[in-house]
Design a protein around this ligand. Sequence first.
Ligand code: S3P
Length: 182
Amino acid sequence: MNSDVHYTKKPIVLVGMMGVGKTHIGYKLARILGVTFFDSDKLVEEKAGCAISEIFERFGEQKFREAEANTIHELLDRPACVIATGGGALTAQKTLESLKIRATVIWLKLSPENIFERIRDSGHRPLLNNDDPLQTLRDLSRQREHLYNQADIHIDVDDLAEEEIIQHIIKRLSESAKNDNV
Ligand code: S3P
């Protein structure tokens, strides 16, 4: 990667439904761009000293959402970096508003059916611990679409291999950087 190319001064934030690959893609993207990678779910877990499923169980979803929003806000004070968020991060109005101003937001978009195929055996997502996780994914995708839609860059990842997703992101980032400099 050409380190002279200036992609963005703001943090790059990956959003989208659970299971779309935000952490994995974010980690690799950060390495390519030569910036630090953060995963908001992981940081929330580290601060709480337990897994997200346990936070949901012991303190409830609302407490998790507060911890998630605080963690993302702290990360936004950093210079250029890549941040992978949890799938529900944008449901906090404050987070959505801050990200729109202070970050370059990228939506990784994948159909509920493909998400289900990817994560059906993973078992660590508390919102999917029910009799019909596929229907839950469909419902959550529909409910959250208008939030994700506000991202600066949309990448449809359904038919793309990981390397292609990253190349698409880099292309879109460099286009936005060029437009910003015009
Ligand atoms: C959630 C997604 C999860 C995690 C939590 C809630 C959601 O993160 O934050 O289980 O509301 O969609 P991933 O998107 O990284 O799986």
